[in-house]
Write a protein that binds this ligand. Structure first.
Ligand code: FES
Ligand code: FES
Length: 186
Protein backbone atom coordinates (compact mmCIF):
# COMPACT_ATOMS: atom_id res chain seq x y z
CA UNK A 1 0.00 0.00 0.00
CA UNK A 2 1.21 3.48 -0.78
CA UNK A 3 2.24 5.52 2.26
CA UNK A 4 -0.22 8.43 2.77
CA UNK A 5 2.61 10.97 2.75
CA UNK A 6 3.69 9.86 -0.71
CA UNK A 7 0.29 10.67 -2.15
CA UNK A 8 0.96 14.38 -1.82
CA UNK A 9 4.71 14.27 -2.47
CA UNK A 10 6.16 14.57 -5.99
CA UNK A 11 8.40 11.74 -7.15
CA UNK A 12 12.06 12.23 -6.31
CA UNK A 13 13.83 14.44 -8.79
CA UNK A 14 10.53 15.83 -10.05
CA UNK A 15 10.57 19.58 -10.59
CA UNK A 16 8.03 21.60 -8.63
CA UNK A 17 7.35 25.23 -9.43
CA UNK A 18 7.44 27.24 -6.22
CA UNK A 19 5.48 30.49 -6.34
CA UNK A 20 7.73 33.50 -5.91
CA UNK A 21 7.60 35.17 -2.51
CA UNK A 22 6.24 38.70 -2.82
CA UNK A 23 9.49 40.04 -1.35
CA UNK A 24 11.35 38.59 -4.34
CA UNK A 25 9.87 41.20 -6.65
CA UNK A 26 7.30 41.30 -9.39
CA UNK A 27 9.21 39.32 -11.96
CA UNK A 28 10.34 42.37 -13.92
CA UNK A 29 14.04 42.86 -14.48
CA UNK A 30 15.45 45.20 -11.87
CA UNK A 31 16.72 48.58 -13.02
CA UNK A 32 20.46 48.92 -13.43
CA UNK A 33 21.94 50.51 -10.36
CA UNK A 34 25.57 51.41 -9.94
CA UNK A 35 27.41 52.70 -6.94
CA UNK A 36 30.76 54.42 -6.74
CA UNK A 37 33.34 52.15 -5.11
CA UNK A 38 36.91 53.19 -4.32
CA UNK A 39 39.28 50.27 -3.93
CA UNK A 40 42.95 50.16 -3.02
CA UNK A 41 44.58 47.18 -4.69
CA UNK A 42 48.29 46.44 -4.58
CA UNK A 43 48.90 49.99 -3.36
CA UNK A 44 47.00 51.67 -6.20
CA UNK A 45 43.70 53.51 -5.85
CA UNK A 46 40.87 52.74 -8.23
CA UNK A 47 37.52 54.50 -8.65
CA UNK A 48 34.90 52.10 -9.96
CA UNK A 49 31.22 52.25 -10.75
CA UNK A 50 29.76 48.87 -9.82
CA UNK A 51 26.52 47.05 -9.42
CA UNK A 52 26.37 46.88 -5.59
CA UNK A 53 26.13 43.08 -5.83
CA UNK A 54 29.56 42.81 -7.50
CA UNK A 55 31.86 40.48 -5.63
CA UNK A 56 35.40 41.51 -4.87
CA UNK A 57 36.51 38.67 -7.16
CA UNK A 58 34.55 39.99 -10.13
CA UNK A 59 35.68 43.56 -9.42
CA UNK A 60 39.30 42.41 -9.53
CA UNK A 61 39.00 40.18 -12.58
CA UNK A 62 36.35 41.85 -14.72
CA UNK A 63 36.78 45.52 -13.85
CA UNK A 64 40.45 45.87 -12.91
CA UNK A 65 41.60 43.02 -15.19
CA UNK A 66 43.73 41.53 -12.45
CA UNK A 67 43.14 37.99 -13.66
CA UNK A 68 45.82 36.31 -11.57
CA UNK A 69 43.13 35.73 -8.95
CA UNK A 70 41.15 32.75 -10.20
CA UNK A 71 37.49 31.83 -10.07
CA UNK A 72 37.06 28.17 -9.28
CA UNK A 73 33.79 27.42 -7.54
CA UNK A 74 32.51 30.99 -6.89
CA UNK A 75 31.02 29.57 -3.70
CA UNK A 76 33.76 29.75 -1.08
CA UNK A 77 34.76 26.14 -1.41
CA UNK A 78 37.99 25.95 -3.41
CA UNK A 79 40.22 28.86 -2.35
CA UNK A 80 41.28 29.72 -5.92
CA UNK A 81 40.13 33.31 -5.33
CA UNK A 82 42.14 33.92 -2.16
CA UNK A 83 43.44 37.47 -1.74
CA UNK A 84 44.61 39.47 1.26
CA UNK A 85 42.47 42.14 2.87
CA UNK A 86 44.48 44.12 5.39
CA UNK A 87 46.96 41.24 5.48
CA UNK A 88 44.42 38.52 6.16
CA UNK A 89 43.37 35.93 3.61
CA UNK A 90 39.80 35.97 2.36
CA UNK A 91 37.83 34.28 -0.37
CA UNK A 92 37.18 37.14 -2.79
CA UNK A 93 34.14 35.35 -4.22
CA UNK A 94 32.41 35.67 -0.86
CA UNK A 95 33.08 39.41 -0.42
CA UNK A 96 31.19 42.33 -1.85
CA UNK A 97 33.57 44.81 -3.42
CA UNK A 98 31.61 47.75 -2.01
CA UNK A 99 32.25 46.47 1.51
CA UNK A 100 36.01 46.88 1.10
CA UNK A 101 36.42 50.58 0.53
CA UNK A 102 39.37 51.78 2.56
CA UNK A 103 40.87 48.31 2.93
CA UNK A 104 44.30 47.36 1.65
CA UNK A 105 43.72 44.59 -0.86
CA UNK A 106 46.60 42.51 -2.18
CA UNK A 107 46.37 40.11 -5.08
CA UNK A 108 48.92 37.75 -6.56
CA UNK A 109 49.99 40.58 -8.88
CA UNK A 110 51.11 42.51 -5.79
CA UNK A 111 52.97 39.66 -4.15
CA UNK A 112 56.07 39.57 -6.29
CA UNK A 113 57.37 40.18 -9.78
CA UNK A 114 59.04 37.81 -12.25
CA UNK A 115 62.44 39.28 -11.41
CA UNK A 116 61.69 39.70 -7.70
CA UNK A 117 59.69 36.71 -6.54
CA UNK A 118 58.25 36.51 -3.06
CA UNK A 119 60.16 33.80 -1.12
CA UNK A 120 56.99 31.69 -1.14
CA UNK A 121 56.77 31.91 -4.93
CA UNK A 122 60.42 30.90 -5.22
CA UNK A 123 59.82 28.01 -2.84
CA UNK A 124 56.85 26.75 -4.85
CA UNK A 125 59.10 26.64 -7.91
CA UNK A 126 61.91 24.97 -5.97
CA UNK A 127 59.59 22.32 -4.52
CA UNK A 128 57.50 21.80 -7.64
CA UNK A 129 54.38 22.94 -5.78
CA UNK A 130 52.07 23.12 -8.78
CA UNK A 131 51.09 21.36 -11.97
CA UNK A 132 48.45 23.13 -14.07
CA UNK A 133 48.78 26.24 -11.89
CA UNK A 134 45.09 27.11 -11.71
CA UNK A 135 44.96 26.90 -7.93
CA UNK A 136 48.45 28.30 -7.41
CA UNK A 137 47.76 31.99 -6.91
CA UNK A 138 45.21 31.12 -4.23
CA UNK A 139 47.60 28.63 -2.66
CA UNK A 140 50.34 31.27 -2.58
CA UNK A 141 48.12 33.95 -1.06
CA UNK A 142 46.99 31.54 1.64
CA UNK A 143 50.51 30.29 2.25
CA UNK A 144 51.89 33.81 2.66
CA UNK A 145 49.06 34.83 5.00
CA UNK A 146 49.48 31.81 7.22
CA UNK A 147 53.07 32.89 7.96
CA UNK A 148 51.46 35.53 10.19
CA UNK A 149 48.91 33.16 11.74
CA UNK A 150 49.29 31.15 14.94
CA UNK A 151 50.20 27.74 13.62
CA UNK A 152 51.95 24.63 14.93
CA UNK A 153 55.18 23.40 13.37
CA UNK A 154 54.16 20.13 11.74
CA UNK A 155 53.17 19.23 8.21
CA UNK A 156 49.76 18.27 9.59
CA UNK A 157 49.38 21.80 10.98
CA UNK A 158 50.14 23.24 7.54
CA UNK A 159 47.75 20.85 5.82
CA UNK A 160 44.99 21.86 8.22
CA UNK A 161 45.69 25.58 7.71
CA UNK A 162 45.69 25.11 3.93
CA UNK A 163 42.61 22.89 3.85
CA UNK A 164 40.52 25.64 2.29
CA UNK A 165 42.68 25.62 -0.83
CA UNK A 166 41.91 22.73 -3.12
CA UNK A 167 44.25 21.47 -5.83
CA UNK A 168 42.68 19.34 -8.50
CA UNK A 169 46.15 18.22 -9.62
CA UNK A 170 46.91 16.89 -6.15
CA UNK A 171 50.12 18.83 -5.62
CA UNK A 172 49.49 18.94 -1.89
CA UNK A 173 52.65 17.17 -0.76
CA UNK A 174 54.91 19.60 -2.60
CA UNK A 175 52.84 22.60 -1.55
CA UNK A 176 53.32 21.63 2.10
CA UNK A 177 57.04 21.13 1.47
CA UNK A 178 57.29 24.57 -0.14
CA UNK A 179 55.56 26.24 2.80
CA UNK A 180 57.64 24.39 5.37
CA UNK A 181 60.80 25.43 3.54
CA UNK A 182 59.88 29.09 3.92
CA UNK A 183 58.80 28.65 7.53
CA UNK A 184 62.12 26.99 8.36
CA UNK A 185 63.99 30.02 7.06
CA UNK A 186 61.79 32.60 8.83
FE1 FES B 1 36.17 31.53 -4.32
FE2 FES B 1 36.26 28.97 -5.03
S1 FES B 1 36.21 30.73 -6.32
S2 FES B 1 36.41 29.80 -3.03
FE1 FES C 1 46.41 22.26 -10.92
FE2 FES C 1 46.47 22.86 -8.33
S1 FES C 1 48.14 22.81 -9.72
S2 FES C 1 44.74 22.60 -9.57
Amino acid sequence: MQHPASLSSPPQGHHVDVPAHPAQGNGKASADVSVAVALTVNGKNYALSLDPRTTLLDALREHLHLTGTKKGCDHGQCGACTVHVNGRRVNACLCLAAAHEGDAITTIEGLGAPDALHPMQASFIECDGYQCGYCTSGQLMSAVALLEEPLGPTDADVREAMSGNLCRCGAYQNIVAAIQRVRAKA
